[in-house]
Design a protein around this ligand. Structure first.
Ligand code: FE2
Ligand code: FE2
Length: 165
């Protein structure tokens, strides 16, 4: 089984997405901990995991739509497949299938790592480019982006892009 902890190797470099991935990994790890207890104990962490995952997929899909990301259909299909697989595991767990819990953890830990490292990272690069493009457009339109948002450098410090550094 892969690691159930988020690491920098999963980073997509879009803060809101990385934060949600951390939450999903944490929820998954709670499900794994609950596997050792009574069958009913898995219900709450499993619900947290499913909610975090479904909300996260919807969030990524909103961001992709807004950025007109060309790989969206391919990416969304992967989300749908994972969502269906997880629903099947949840149904099996509900019926008391003792093997379904460990199988869910095994499946999702591996799927999350693979999906974050390739598909989400590709999407993250595109979202960052889209954001940069919007900044450029704002400049061309002659407005002052400093009024709307702060510019930060690689260290997170604010700077004024119109004055030489
Ligand atoms: Fe994704
Ligand atoms: Fe993701």
């Amino acid at each position: 089984m892969r690691s159930l902890k988020w690491s920098i190797s999963h980073a997509v470099f879009v803060a809101e997405i990385d934060d949600e991935h951390k939450e999903i990994f944490e929820a998954l790890s709670n499900v794994q901990e609950a596997l050792g207890g009574a069958p009913a104990q898995i219900r709450t962490p499993m619900q947290r995991l499913v909610t975090a995952m479904v909300d996260h997929f919807a969030h990524e899909e909103r961001l992709m739509r807004a950025a007109r990301y060309t790989g969206m259909r391919w990416h969304k299909k992967q989300h749908e497949n994972a969502r269906k697989r997880v629903e099947q595991f949840v149904r099996r767990i509900g019926k008391g299938d003792a093997k379904a819990g460990p199988a869910l953890v095994e499946y999702l830990s591996s799927w999350l790592g693979d999906h974050a490292r390739l598909s989400d990272r590709m999407m993250g690069a595109s979202l960052r480019n889209h954001k940069r493009g919007l900044f450029k457009m704002t400049f061309r339109a002659g407005t002052k982006p400093m009024d709307a948002c702060a510019w930060v450098d690689a260290n997170g410090d604010r700077f004024d892009p119109s004055s030489p550094r």
